[in-house]
Design a protein around this ligand. Structure first.
Ligand code: ATP
Length: 287
C-alpha cells in the first residue's frame, strides 16, 4: 500500500483505538463515469441523515467536482483553498441539507485530479480533524482509475462499487476491482447495481461480477443492494434538488433508503415484494 493510503489507514486505526467517535470512512467508486455515483452518494447521505447519522460528503472527484451542485449549492471554498493554505478544513466545510456537510472539490482543475503525494497527504491528515464531527465520511471518488481515486478507495474502511447493468460499466467495475486488488489485499467491497428495470437484472449482474472477482482476482464481493431506473432521478438532477428531498416516495429513493439501512447493519428486506432475488439477497446479507 502506498504512503497516502497508509496515512489515512493509520489514522483510521488510531481512531478505532481511541475512545472518541468512530467515523466510518466509506468511499464510492465506479470505474466508468456517468453510472450514477454522485446521485447515489448524495441520496445515500440524505437517507443516512434520516437514520440520525451525521454525514460529511467529501467530493473526491477533485478535478470535476459537482456534489455541491447536485445539492443545489455553490460552495465558496474548496479543497484548493485547503491545499493553498488559505483555509482550514473546518472553513471549507459547506453545510447543505439536513445537517449534511460537503467538502467541495474544485471543478476544472486538472492539477487537483492528480494530486502529488504531499498534497494528498495534506488532505488526508486534515480529514482526521473531522473525526468528532461526523459518524460517516462518504467519499465520492472520481471516475476512472487515477491514483487519487485508488488512494481514496484503498484508504477507506469500506468501498462501494456502483455499476449499471450495461456491459461497458460492468467491465469498468471489474477493472476497478482488479486495480484495487493490485493495491491492497484486505478490502471490504460492496456492490450496488444502479438503473435496473427488473430485480433479475441485479441478480445476473451481481453474479457475473462476483464470479469474475472470485475466479480471476480471488476477491470476495458482497451485494449491498440495487436501485431502479427512475426518471425522477434525472429530473432531480436538472432541478438541483436531490431526489430524497424532492421525491422521497420515488422508487429509486426507496431503494437508496433500503441500501442506507444495509450500510447501518439493519436487517431489512428490499422494498419490493416481487422477484426471486429477494430471498437471495436476504441470505447474502445475513451471512
Ligand atoms: N437510478 C437512476 N435512474 C435514472 N437515472 C439515473 C439514476 N441514477 C443516475 N441517473 C442519471 O445518470 C446520470 C449520471 O449520474 P451521475 O452524475 O450521478 O453519475 P456519475 O457516475 O457520478 O458521473 P461522473 O462519473 O461523470 O461524475 C444523471 O443524469 C442521473 O440523473
Amino acid at each position: 500500500m502506498n504512503d497516502q493510503a497508509s496515512t489515512l489507514r493509520s489514522m483510521v486505526s488510531q481512531r478505532d483505538a481511541g475512545t472518541h467517535n468512530n467515523m466510518r470512512v466509506i468511499a464510492v467508486g465506479s470505474g466508468k463515469g456517468g453510472v450514477g455515483k454522485t446521485s447515489f452518494v448524495v441520496n445515500l447521505a440524505i437517507a443516512l441523515s434520516e437514520l440520525n447519522y451525521r454525514v460529511i460528503v467529501l467530493d473526491g472527484d477533485l478535478g470535476l467536482a459537482n456534489v455541491d451542485v447536485v445539492f443545489g449549492m455553490t460552495a465558496k471554498y474548496s479543497i484548493r483553498h485547503l491545499l493553498s493554505g488559505e483555509k482550514r478544513i473546518e472553513d471549507i466545510l459547506c453545510p447543505v441539507k439536513r445537517g449534511i456537510k460537503v467538502l467541495p472539490g474544485a471543478s476544472g482543475m486538472f492539477e487537483l485530479a492528480n494530486l502529488d503525494r504531499g498534497q494528498l497527504k495534506n488532505v488526508l491528515v486534515n480529514l482526521g480533524r473531522l473525526e468528532k464531527m461526523a459518524d460517516v465520511l462518504l467519499i465520492d471518488t472520481g471516475a476512472g482509475l487515477g491514483h487519487t481515486v485508488l488512494n481514496f478507495l484503498c484508504a477507506s474502511d469500506e468501498v462501494i462499487v456502483i455499476t449499471t447493468p450495461e456491459p461497458p460499466a460492468m467491465a469498468d467495475a471489474y477493472g476497478l476491482l482488479k486495480s484495487l486488488k493490485g493495491q491492497q489485499e484486505q478490502l471490504n467491497l460492496k456492490i450496488v447495481i444502479n438503473r435496473i428495470h427488473h430485480e433479475s437484472e441485479a441478480e445476473i449482474c451481481f453474479e457475473k461480477l462476483e464470479h469474475a472477482a472470485k475466479k480471476f482476482l480471488g476477491l470476495r464481493v458482497n451485494l449491498l443492494g440495487w436501485i431502479y431506473d427512475d426518471p425522477l432521478m434525472g429530473k432531480s438532477i436538472m432541478e438541483q434538488y436531490p431526489l430524497g428531498l424532492a421525491n422521497p416516495e420515488s422508487l429509486a429513493y426507496k431503494y437508496i433508503q433500503w441500501i442506507a439501512g444495509n450500510v447501518t447493519g439493519m436487517d431489512q428486506r428490499p422494498p419490493s415484494s416481487s422477484g426471486g432475488i429477494r430471498k437471495l439477497i436476504f441470505s447474502i446479507l445475513k451471512n
